[in-house]
Design a protein around this ligand. Structure first.
Ligand code: LLP
Length: 431
């Protein structure tokens, strides 16, 4: 099995977090998102202890909550002692609604609205990751009106290509995120921030991309960030207290993906960083990280009911399900690979090539294209593994399909954490 929270029961059904998923599908209906709460906690603990081991207890490990955002996850993240990154007023509102401590919130986004900025200021969030000059000056003015000095980091692009899918690369020079070091704009950005009276510049931030399996993109980015820190120290006599290197550690979706070990990768990053810092004679900054996928991905599974199995003679076999790009747009967007199981008959061997077709009205709505699958027939439950990150978070009501429910499983007990949308919910805001 692709992760250790998936197994097969004596009755031949698939189990997730030790729960019979066919029974869950019967009880709650499909499509259904499942969350293994113990796995989220295990991932948080591993991440937190690794960050503490290599970067000290001053480094607050952050969860990038865009990966999976719903009320209960902020309770879990808070109880595990992590901070969060939010990218919108909506994520911030969700976190605050369950009492997430505002001082542990980092607010990202390349075009925060004025409403979002003032909303976050009024709620005393810990840190803004400022993307551009317009935001910097607006934030400074609003902080002045409130008589506060706001902690910020500046979002920079270090000019690194991590060789992952182009849609999730963010640290390249011409990125829409932040300002680049290479063009000299990052330096002007720092000078400007230092001149803002109601801004406390704590440091700099970069995020190079997502689903990265080796250390080099991180250490290459860190090298450019530290060269920049040295330039700022020499030219402006200012030392950054914090350098946030973002998220991006890769997760195993299919057997051919490597098993990424956060301890190994963080250890290598730390060793390189120590060397880079001492070579440059810099005061050691606090290094921060913000992992999303690593925390949530393997804590999720999605269940669907197979409606029809259709063979286009001489061409393709389609296994048609009651969800698709509306609850998981990742194949349509990035051709992302997944591992699929026939949860009703989990011991059967993969037999022939098939395509998992979603229910939406377009041909691009598939979850895989021609991969070796177990045999499926109408009524079987199809389980997709590793769907905790960027699935529910990216779901839509395309074709007016209601969003699935989400059930969280913890120590053998399951509980509904997100209700299934109804048709009334879908038209609720329409006049
Ligand atoms: N920090 C920043 C500033 C980010 O933009 C992101 C992700 C993260 C942290 C967390 O990265 P992670 O650890 O999750 O790789 N929808 C795409 C992924 C987009 C990632 C966006 N930014 C997908 O489904 O693959």
């Amino acid at each position: 099995m692709i992760h250790n929270n998936i197994s097969v029961l004596d009755n031949g059904h698939l189990a997730f977090a030790d729960a019979d998923v066919v029974e869950l599908a019967k009880k709650y209906g499909t499509p259904l998102y499942l969350i293994d709460e113990n796995k989220i906690r295990e991932n948080c603990r591993k991440y937190k202890s690794t960050v503490e081991k290599y970067f000290g207890s001053e480094s607050l490990p952050l969860y990038a909550s865009k990966a999976l955002c719903y009320k209960d996850i902020y309770r879990i993240i808070n109880s595990e002692g992590l901070g969060i990154d939010v990218v919108s007023g909506g994520e911030l509102y969700t976190a605050l609604s369950v009492g997430f401590p505002a001082e542990k919130v980092y607010f990202h986004g390349n075009n925060k609205t004025e409403f979002e900025i003032t909303y976050a200021l009024d709620n005393n969030i810990g840190c803004f990751v400022v993307d551009n000059f317009d935001e910097l000056y607006f934030l400074n003015d609003e902080a002045a009106k409130r008589g506060v000095v706001q902690n910020i980091l500046l979002r920079l692009s270090p000019g690194i290509d991590p060789h992952t899918h182009r849609a999730v690369v963010t640290g390249n020079v011409d990125s829409k995120f932040g300002l680049p070091i290479e063009t000299g704009q990052a330096f002007e950005f720092v000078s400007a921030a230092l001149n803002c009276k109601n801004i406390n510049l704590e440091g700099i931030h970069c995020h190079i991309g997502s689903q990265i399996f080796d250390k080099y993109p991180f250490t290459d980015a860190a090298k450019n960030m530290l060269d920049f820190a040295l330039l700022v120290k020499n030219e402006l006599g200012y030392s950054f207290k914090k350098i946030n290197l973002g998220g991006g550690i890769g997760v195993r979706y299919v057997e051919s993906d490597s098993k990424s070990d956060i301890d190994e990768i963080m250890c290598e990053i730390k060793n390189e960083l120590d060397e880079l810092v001492s070579e440059r004679g810099l005061d050691k900054p606090i290094f921060l990280f913000e992992m999303g996928r690593y925390i949530a991905a393997n804590a999720g599974m999605t269940l669907y009911t197979v409606g029809s199995v259709k063979e286009i003679k001489g061409y393709k076999k389609y296994v048609c399900i009651d969800g698709g790009m509306c609850d998981n747009p990742r194949f349509a967007l990035y051709q992302s690979k997944y591992t699929f199981y026939n949860a009703s008959n989990a011991n059967s061997e993969p037999e022939e090539l098939g395509t998992i077709a979603g229910r939406c009205c377009e041909s691009g709505d598939v979850l895989s294209d021609e991969i070796k699958l177990q045999n499926f027939s109408r009524g079987d439950i199809l389980a997709v593994a590793v769907t905790g990150a960027y699935n529910y978070a990216m779901s839509s009501n395309y074709n007016r399909v209601p969003k699935p429910a989400m059930v969280s499983i913890s120590n053998g007990n399951e509980r509904l954490v997100v209700k299934r949308q109804t048709y009334e919910d879908i038209i609720a805001n329409e006049i």
